[in-house]
Design a protein around this ligand. Structure first.
Ligand code: SF4
Ligand code: SF4
Length: 112
């Protein structure tokens, strides 16, 4: 199952298009939103999800990875990445990690 784009949230900024290493995404000029041109070629690298500033892209996880119907979303800024695993029972598991740039700037402050 490839990534899903919420057309109600997407504003056509194009960040995901630039982020996709396979050039699978494009902006639909008629609708002004992103479209996954080659869904079968999406290999779930999640780059587009991290790049989207508005959280408009999510991934339905295969049942072998999580419970059937589980969804993965992400909030991302310069300092932190927060992955959210939405379970079918309504619970959400969150995984937070500092970004590489935040890690490097902390290292520089410590060593400088
Ligand atoms: S998950 Fe990766 S391969 Fe799939 S559309 Fe997004 S950036 Fe492209
Ligand atoms: S980055 Fe998000 S808001 Fe921008 S075009 Fe892609 S899906 Fe739409």
């Amino acid at each position: 199952m490839p990534v899903l784009i919420d057309k109600e949230i997407c504003n056509g900024c194009g960040e995901c298009v630039d982020a996709c290493p396979g050039d699978l995404l494009a902006i639909d000029k008629t609708e002004g939103t992103a479209v996954l041109r080659y869904p079968d070629d999406c290999w779930h690298c999640l780059s587009c999800m991290k790049a989207c500033p508005f959280g408009a892209i999510e991934l339905l996880l295969p049942y072998v990875v999580a419970l059937r119907g589980a969804r993965l979303t992400v909030n991302y800024d310069e300092r932190e990445v927060e992955w959210q695993l939405h379970l079918p029972d309504g619970n959400t598991l969150k995984l937070k990690r500092q970004t590489q740039s935040e890690f490097e700037s902390k290292e520089a402050r410590t060593n400088g």
